[in-house]
Write a protein that binds this ligand. Structure first.
Ligand code: HEM
Length: 394
């Protein structure tokens, strides 16, 4: 098929979300002012697993006028842009801390953190779940993993939010992004220096420092790894946790089932992130001419993988708009897939499961307060603008 025959579609247009998911009547691939959009599950999987499509984050920075300096250098050398042996070398030390052992350990820690946070809230009135709870947990977990003081939590949350605001595709945020990276690197340099002065521990940052001292990572790579984990750790998990809680608490039949049988919680989290994926779009760039569904995608083209559409593709998910706990092999693309698939996905899943488990156990009657809750989209991503929850309705 030639380009001219492709259906028109702009995944960033406000009306894009009106598309119910899966292929358009004219096919699974579309073209529009922002480039190509992939709408079906199968084609999305093909693109995400093809390393000749690289992540678009560096290109997006450059489009925003960030063409040199710390932020640009960081992104150009970061794990998400690396391929082959270098990608493996950068990913492996971090993956060590994302394995089953750490993730299980995190279960108990999330529970303690949530208990501590909720204990400080006045739960006789509805609580601001987004700023009071879901924004705080992933940042605290980063502090735990990195061996940073728990008091750094608000700074970590804010740095993650500000650096990744690039994905909002709002050019006016350029100075915010540049300053956030400068602050992020200053913070991590100081933290690394402090750790070197004291004895190294068994946390992730100490391990990365050890790798640098053993000559396996350069000083720049050490900093880059720590920064990549920090920016990725918080903001997406925070919004995705809020979206999961918002979805589950509003579906009262499902919520009752979770309260009665917490074993169902992992499946419920997967189903919620299928329907409301924080990264609604994962953008890639073709590194050479690539044939896709009979169309040649020219080198340098933007290819937007519409995860929200792929996750609702009726060719892959029966009755895709329904929330169902009994889906077999439910594997939404919310964490992407392939060699760059989210490194922190097991950790993020456990964080979300444990928040839901805590609510089901301690606040089984919790309710979303509509007045005080706003869920929206920006740059193709689902986000929690506000989430108010009454934990103890009378
Ligand atoms: C619910 C929360 C999260 C979501 C929805 C999410 C989603 C994603 C997505 C879509 C990608 C891009 C993959 C691609 O370009 O194909 C990614 C990459 C990545 N994520 Fe996550 N993520 C989450 C939480 C986390 C956490 C908690 C961490 C670490 C603590 C993390 C670390 C990373 C890293 C390091 C990469 C780059 C992997 C690579 O390029 O090899 N993420 N994530």
């Amino acid at each position: 098929m030639t380009e001219t025959l492709l259906p028109r579609f702009d995944p960033f247009a406000p009306q894009a979300q009106a598309h119910e998911g899966g292929a358009l009547p004219d096919g699974p691939l579309a073209l529009g002012p922002s480039g190509y959009t992939v709408l079906t599950y199968d084609l999305a999987t093909t693109v995400l697993r093809n390393t000749r499509f690289k992540n678009a984050a560096l290109e997006l920075m450059e489009q925003f006028g960030i063409t040199d300096g710390l932020a640009h250098e960081f992104r150009a050398n970061s794990v998400i842009m690396a391929e082959g042996a270098r990608h493996f070398r950068l990913r492996a030390p971090m993956a060590r801390f994302m394995g089953p052992h750490t993730v299980q350990e995190i279960r108990g820690i999330v529970r303690e953190i949530v208990e501590g946070i909720v204990a400080d809230l006045d739960t006789s009135a509805p609580v601001d779940f987004h700023t009071g709870i879901d924004q705080r947990i992933p940042a605290r977990i980063y502090c735990y993993l990195a061996g940073a003081p728990a008091a750094d939590e608000p700074l970590v949350a804010s740095l993650s939010e500000r650096t990744l605001s690039l994905l909002q595709r709002d050019r006016s945020l350029t100075p915010v992004i540049v300053n956030a990276y400068a602050e992020l690197f200053a913070y991590l340099r100081a933290l690394i220096a402090r750790k070197r002065e004291q004895a190294l521990g068994d946390d992730m940052l100490s391990f990365l420092i050890g790798q640098q001292e053993a000559g396996k990572l350069s000083e720049d790579e050490l900093l880059n790894e720590a920064a990549a984990m920090l920016e990725a750790s918080s903001v997406n998990t925070s919004h995705q946790t809020g979206l999961v809680v918002w979805t589950l608490l509003r579906d009262r039949d499902t919520w009752r089932r979770l309260v009665e049988d917490p074993e169902l919680i992992p499946a419920a989290v997967v189903e919620a992130i299928r329907l409301y994926p924080r990264p609604g779009i994962v953008s890639k760039v073709a590194t050479e001419d690539i044939e896709l569904n009979g169309t040649i995608i020219p080198e340098g083209s933007d290819v937007h993988v519409a995860v929200w559409s792929a996750n609702r593709d009726q060719a892959r998910f029966e009755r895709p708009t329904e929330f169902r706990l009994d889906r077999e092999s439910n594997s939404p693309l919310t964490f992407s897939t392939g060699s760059h698939g989210c490194l922190g996905q097991s950790l993020a899943r456990v964080e979300m499961e444990e928040v839901v488990r805590y609510l089901a156990d301690q606040h089984p009657d919790a309710l979303v307060v509509d007045d005080g809750t706003e869920i929206g989209q920006s740059g193709g991503r689902w986000l929690v603008k506000a989430l108010t929850v009454n934990l103890n309705p009378v």
